[in-house]
Every structure is written in C-alpha cells, then in structure tokens.
Design a protein around this ligand. Sequence first.
Ligand code: SAH
Length: 389
Amino acid sequence: MKERSVILKKNRDKPIRQRHHWIFSGAVQSLPDFEEGDILPVMSSDGEFLGSAYFNRKSAIIGRMLSFDRTPPLESVEHKLLDAIALRRNLVEPASNAQRLVNGEGDGLPGLVVDRYGDVLVIQIATLGMEKLKPVILGHLIRALSPRSIQEKSNLPTRREEGLPEFEGHLYGEKVESIEIQEHGLRFLVEIQGSQKTGFYLDLREMRKLVRSLAEGRRVLNCFCYTGGFSVAALAGGAASVDSVDSSESAISLARQNLSLNGFSEGENRLVVADVFEFLRREMPPYDFIILDPPAFAKKKTDIVPACRGYKDINRLALQKTKPQGLLLTLSCSHFVDESLFQQIVFQAAAEAGREVRIIQKHRLAYDHPINVYHPESEYLKGFLLYVQ
Ligand code: SAH
C-alpha cells in the first residue's frame, strides 16, 4: 500500500490532521505513479495513514481530502452527500424550494456545488478529481432525490488550472432552460444556462428577508441588481419604490419579468441598464435605502489593492446618495477581502463622504451555505447594514 500512497513532508501534515481539505504541492514528500484525478491514500512521513484524497499535479492545491479515516473514499463521498441533503431537510425553511444542497468543502465535498431549483438540480464541478467522480455523484443524486433534470454549470475560469475546459450542459432527464422558484411566497424566474452562479444568488436568502423587513415606505435603490432578487423583496416589504441598476441588459430583462411575476410594475420602479459607478455620480434625489452587492472585485490575491479602491468608491458614492437616517446594505463577495478589511474600507468611504455611519447588522449566512470549521476558506460573503446619519 505504501508504494501507492502520497507521503507528506515531516511537519507539513498538521492541516490534514486537523481535517483541512487541501494538500499544497509544497507539503508533499513523494508521489506514486498515478493518473491526474486519481484517489490515493495519504500518509505521514512516519507511515501513519491520514486518509484519502484526489490528486492533480497541475494544481498548486495538488490534493483534496475526501476522507480523514479508513472509510473507503467512495463510501465517504456517499455519506457526505446524504449528510448534506439531511442538513437542508432539517434546517432550511420549507418556505423556499431552492437551496444549495452541497457547498463544497463546507459539506466535506471539495470541488462540488449542487443547487436545487424545485425538481431541477444544477451541479458545478471545480476540479478534475471531482469531475472523475461525476458519475458516482449523479447516481447518488438520482437515487436520493429523483430529480426531473440535472444540468451542469461549470463555467469556472479556475478550471483551467485543473486542465479542464469550462462546461455548461445537460446531464440527465429533461432539458430545462429556465425554471420558476418560490422563496417566502415570492416567485423568481431562474435561467440556468448563460446565467451567473448556477442561476440565482441562493446565498443572499437571509439578506433578502432582511431587506424585505426594512423596506416599508422607503425609496430603495438596488445596485448590481442582477435578476432583481432584492428589488422584489423590497417591494414585497412595502417599499415606496425601487430603482434597480445593472450593466447587463439580459439581467435587467429578467429582473423586469421577476417584478411582474410578483405583481409589481415598472414605471414607479425604474429598471436601468447602467454602470453603477457612473449611475451613482448622476444628479438625483437621495434614497432612503441603498443596496450595494457588486460582483467580486478581487478575483485573485493580486487584485486586492484595486478591488479595495473600487469598494471604497462605490461605498462613498452610495453614502453620498443616502438620505439622513437612511440605510445602506453593503456586501462584498471577494474571498480575498475579509470582514475586517471590508470594515476598514467602509470606514474610509464614510470618512470621505463625511457621514456618520453605524453598523446595525452583519451579514447572515443562509443555512444552506455551511462553513466547515476545519476549513474556513469556504466563507466569502461579508456585509454590513449601515445606519447613515
Ligand atoms: N445582487 C444580485 C447579485 C449581484 S451579481 C442578486 O441579488 O441577485 C453582480 C451583478 O453586477 C451582475 O448582474 C453584473 O451584471 C453586475 N455588474 C457587474 N459590474 C457592474 C457595473 N460596473 N455596473 C453595474 N452592474 C454591474
């Protein structure tokens, strides 16, 4: 068995002993012969068995652990998958039929995301090791959930590092292009192919609830609105009006459909195709409540400095457009900008805008996006609800 094992360097096995999923290439003492994507046993330098991982020499994260004990790795994958489904059944409110079923390392399944939109599943695969496990994963999903359709949306630029092309396509059952979902009594049309993420920002569910609870009577501006999730939530909460801004015409068109699906009309509620940086510089009366949920400005570590500038600029501009005693919900999904850095950015934006700003609430995770305490890197979203004097 030893010949077919990966042996870690002395003093470099601590993260694995602590159930972190990633093995960096620098931590490996020796590799056996293997094909990229194969699952191999992982041993310490003094011959202790640590678990099993899939490996790919092309990636700086050369291995990702599938089990941390002697459970056969495929059995472990099945347990983790069923466990992930059980967590959602136990915890996620039945008020929504759209959930993240598998959240990568957060559910002990590195490289895999599975989202459920009603009876349609959308999977996203980030690594070659998980790609090779795809038939096994599909088998378990079909047995456990009897979905009408399974689609794949693996259009992740990071797949290149794994030697994988981006891929979107149909895997099982009916071909489905779009589907209507329900969340807390609201209806949303989700387009699967060609969309962002797997179609809908499920990770913002708790934030949509928060926006809905605060919107009554307020004039709201939803920046980077995508398909209008926050806009519909604010209108359902009794907002006086909601203006929605996004640079993508197709996103705005879907936002328009989502408004009308819920009985709200354009007119009062403007839908604007524009660059938010430009829009916020226009002359306009201030808003009671602004939502800022931009795309990740820092996609890699080296982007941090320009990303911080971008976050500071839009936050300053938004603060300048917030009425006294108004609210600003500001979010960042850049993995490389952590919460304390984001708070500093908000502090600088507030100072430059000359506004007194207090944090009223912080981002709340949606229940279906668990974070593995042994592997906290899966956390990426942070946000503050600000009270702007
Ligand atoms: N808040 C959204 C998700 C935001 S996704 C939701 O609740 O669903 C980020 C969105 O920002 C995308 O729709 C993208 O088209 C848009 N976007 C990216 N850069 C932009 C810019 N400079 N100005 C306006 N919109 C932009």
